[in-house]
Design a protein around this ligand. Structure first.
Ligand code: FAD
Length: 307
């Protein structure tokens, strides 16, 4: 069996694999897509110590670093089930294979919920963005929209109002769902317009980048256009944990519950990165969390394995 089997090959999984392999223990990584969300990212400018890189280049660097060590990488493989056989775990794959491990690190990440409207896919990374901490500065002094009036949408709008020229916040429902204190802060800002009962229907662009959006007023049925340079979609981040239901404790939103060692509810199973309850989903955080979960898994091994 593997001493440490990492499920997920994004920044968290790569860090976990490197930390485990450096202990000289048998380490494997199963990944549906090695690199993770970073593969879909253009510029990365907030990974501390790297002023600027591109997503695919960063993903390549993760892989190169992992391959410096004796790590068995099983790419393009999807885990479908985690079984606990009392001290030994089994991870079943979609292809029918099963892998045995003494400890497991879950780092399957998350995906942003999309609006599913025309233009969204075409202009992703060309004005359509999902992360204000990452892409906010790209829209300095320009008008943007935020889609979604929950806590993350309103937080994003407050954040972006300080960087961009104007923020239009569009909420599908008749009211914002964010906490009152956030709503009050948002309403106090001079360069924010709040539109409720507003259904975004299309992302407009000139072929190269976003130029605006259209929305429907759900009460009057009228259609309107807003000119802008960026659209931040904040309608939910979905953890890739559907396959773990009933195995480890998840929050109602599907995030894996972890303690301050990255331990899940199942002893010997750890978790790291965007699939967990850790706040602020960022690369630099996922990497730190992966390292922590890996060191905790090693601690678990030296306490439970007979040499
Ligand atoms: P992920 O990167 O999501 O990796 C998850 C891994 O698990 C992948 O390998 C995936 O294929 C695999 N996986 C999922 N399910 C299974 C399964 N069942 N079996 C096997 N493998 C599975 N953050 C920043 O810090 N700076 C930025 O500039 C930035 N820009 C971003 C831009 C975009 C467009 C997006 C989408 C995100 C951006 N982020 C940015 C966020 C950042 O990418 C994530 O926080 C980070 O990638 C999380 O790492 P992770 O390892 O936890 O998960």
């Amino acid at each position: 069996p593997f001493d440490v089997l990492v499920v997920g090959g994004g920044p968290a999984g790569a860090a976990a694999a490197i930390y485990a392999a450096r202990k000289g223990i048998r380490t494997g990584v199963v990944a549906e897509r090695f690199g993770g969300q970073v593969l879909d990212t253009m510029a990365i400018e907030n990974f501390v110590s790297v002023s600027h890189t591109e997503g695919p280049q960063f993903a390549k660097a993760l892989e190169t670093h992992v391959k410096d060590y004796d790590v068995e990488i099983m790419n393009l493989q999807t885990a479908t089930r985690l079984l606990d056989h009392g001290g030994i775990f089994e991870v079943e794959l979609e292809n029918g294979a099963a892998l045995k491990a003494r400890t497991v690190i879950l780092s399957t990440g998350a995906r942003w919920r999309q609006m599913g409207v025309p233009g969204e896919d075409e202009y992703r990374n060309k004005g359509v963005a999902y992360c204000p901490h990452c892409d906010g500065p790209l829209f300095k002094g320009k008008p943007v929209a935020v889609i979604g009036g929950g806590n993350s949408g309103v937080e994003a709008a407050i954040d972006l109002a300080g960087i961009t020229s104007h923020v239009t916040l569009l909420e599908f429902d008749a009211e914002l769902r964010a906490d009152d204190v956030l709503q009050r802060k948002l309403r106090s800002l001079p360069n924010v317009t709040i539109l409720t009962s507003a259904k975004t229907t299309e992302v407009k662009g000139d072929g190269n980048k976003v130029t605006g959006l259209t929305y429907e007023n759900r009460i009057s049925g009228d259609t309107h256009e807003v000119e802008l340079d960026g659209i931040f979609v904040q309608i939910g981040l979905l953890p890739n944990t559907e396959w773990l239901r009933g195995t480890v404790a998840l929050t109602p939103r599907g995030e894996i519950e972890i303690d301050n060692h990255g331990a899940t509810s199942l002893p010997g199973v750890f978790a790291a990165g965007d699939c967990t309850t850790v706040p602020y989903k960022q690369i630099v955080i996922a990497v730190g969390e992966g390292a922590r979960a890996s060191l905790a898994a090693f601690d678990h091994l030296i306490r439970t394995s007979v040499p």
